[in-house]
Design a binder for this molecule. Sequence first.
Ligand code: MSP
Length: 527
Amino acid sequence: MTAKTGTYYVTTPIYYASGDLHIGHAYSTVAADALARFNRLRGRSTFFLTGADEHGQKVERQAQAAGKDPQTYVDEVVAQIVQLWERLNISYDDFLRTTEPRHTRVVQKIFERFLSQGDVYKSEYEGWYCTPCETFWLERQLVAGRCPNPECDREVQLLKEESYFLRLSKYAERLLEHIANYPDFIQPASRRNEMVNFVSQGLEDVCVTRTTFRWGIPVPWDGKHVVYVWVDALSNYISALGYLSDEPGGDERFRTFWPADVHIVGKEIMRFHAIIWPIMLMALGLPLPERVFGHGWLTGADGGKMSKSKGNVVDPMVLADKYGVDAVRYFLLRDMPFGPDGRYSEAALIDRTNVDLANDLGNLLNRTLTMVEKYCGGVVPEPRPDAADRAMERLLGEVVPAVEKAMDELRIPVALETIWRLPGLGNRYIEDNAPWNLAKDPASRARLDTVLYNLLETLRATAALLVPFLPETAVRIWGQLGLEADPRRIAWADLARWGQSTPGTRTRKGPALFPRIDPAVALGSEE
Ligand code: MSP
């Protein structure tokens, strides 16, 4: 594996352009966005890719059901996806659509290369196919004759068609070796074990073309076949970077950013990312991604996966309109364990918003600025060395490296919990120092100014640390503190340096960051 320095490449799965995205889909993307923003803030040259998976039988059928030709259908769905990411402040650098020529050409070249190397060969497929999962199954894998994916359990169809196959079997040993040599490759560890067990049982070559429908990338030398949608989709991670691009210098991004630092994927698509994708890369002679992270599902109240067919899906647009984008982002990033499944509930979202955002963070800002207005004429006071204490400064010194470590380990909830130590201690610091008492005694002026300065500094640093997670809130806090430069551009090394608030700066107290939500009112209609 080549070690890249100073760059960071993170991807989301590309979403099927086959229907509305729900809060579960938003989860993969918001998590990847936090990682991308964090690495940008840390000064790494970052590339964040997302996109849409537009081919395949499922999309073709859905288009038919909607009475539209597939291209018109996917254009409409993609417009909605893009709108959703805008609403959720997703800072992607590129959005790849698998119907774009820059992608289809590359998939065809990859396929030609596989054929010329003998990694792809023609034979006949006879077996079962689950269209909603776009997955081939062997007879013995079916459960009671149905799709073995426990969340799907739908009817499968028997396929018997001439097909091309990818020689997975040839690479199984090498893949196992790679997994053993790079313990971080598949995360979390529970998913790595699942994958090792699966591969150890022996890999069968996988069918990688279809002939019974048309909505896919044609196999260049054999036009009646279209490329299997997963081989098409997985290639997006390199086609978007310009791999095998025809343009002169078109592969510059590829040379800069490949291999990916992390592919964020849901657990049910781990097998494609931890087996088929690495084998495709091995066949192309390319380095493998550093990490594939399989997160759990956001489940409905019954603990089952959210899905349209169950009617328990939650629309992230509706939630963002009701509670604000950052309340939704915070809930997803803080409340959902990043690995195991997590149960979604609107009541839990309200609780997080009230406790962490309105109370801990919002109140600290509000109380501090109120006191700065009352005792310092709305101007950042001058801290006095003779009245100094280092409680808040010391905490910041601990928090910054701990956040860094948590993010490197992809433990996003831990990173947020760590950041929240700052407002936590900040609120206690107010109680302990009781600025209202200091204000009564002119002899305590130096101490009063210092305490308020320390609180403003804590808020400055908290806002900067929140940029990756709650970008809007970070900017709002920044503005109320009267700070000028954009917190998103702040250098990581400066963030942790204590004492950057400039005395004399005018603060601009604004409305409450997160007005308290009354659960009875918010949930009333659903009770
Ligand atoms: N198109 C494929 C991915 C191809 S990547 C080369 C696909 N698309 S999807 O739209 O069905 O799902 C995309 C992602 O959304 C997956 O990572 C999936 O796990 C995630 N989620 C969909 N529902 C989810 C939940 N309820 N909870 C968490 N994530 C879920 O698969």
